[in-house]
Design a binder for this molecule. Structure first.
Ligand SMILES: [Zn+2]
Length: 164
């Protein structure tokens, strides 16, 4: 599934991270992140800077996040990510549709939190995944600039947040 150049980039990056960690050259808490998170972070930044995603980048993200990334791309393809921004503050949160027939929506922060069951069970409790499919869908939509933008007042945003 992952093409040769993608694997080469991935492996050389992991090697680089390992060397940097080994030498203790990371003063800023950077060292605490796992190598996979570091690789993923560099890919996300590359996507954000070009506002587009290549097949190699998709392959690497799939390699890192597994099935959750596949699920996230399905949500992304059906434009299931809204970014709700409060005005005038500009603060925002994502609202991402689920995959079940009920089409429930989950509030999430792409990097830190999701209100879904899987976030608490697989990520917080068992530590088996880096993030859930809603977070990944949100990150993919945000970094490619394809979220559905919804503006609300700061009061309405506060009300949404109070329900988390
Ligand atoms: Zn979630």
């Amino acid at each position: 599934m992952v093409t040769k150049p993608a694997f080469f980039i991935l492996h050389s990056f992991i090697f680089h991270c390992a060397v940097v960690e080994f030498r203790g050259e990371n003063p800023s808490g950077f060292k605490m992140m796992s190598t996979c998170s570091l690789v993923a972070e560099s890919i996300w930044q590359a996507i954000e800077s070009t506002r587009s995603v290549t097949d190699d980048q998709l392959s690497i993200l799939h390699f890192i996040y597994g099935k959750n990334f596949e699920r996230a791309t399905r949500i992304f393809d059906q434009r299931g990510v809204k970014r709700i921004s409060g005005e005038p503050s500009g603060r925002s949160i994502f609202q991402v549709v689920g995959e079940s027939r009920r089409k429930e929506e989950y509030l999430c922060f792409a990097e830190h939190y999701c209100a879904c069951y899987s976030f608490f069970y697989d990520i917080v409790n068992r530590g088996e995944e880096l993030c859930c499919k809603h977070q990944l869908a949100a990150r993919l939509a945000a970094s490619t600039g394809t979220c559905i933008d919804v503006k609300v007042s700061d009061e309405e945003l506060a009300l949404l947040l109070s329900k988390l």
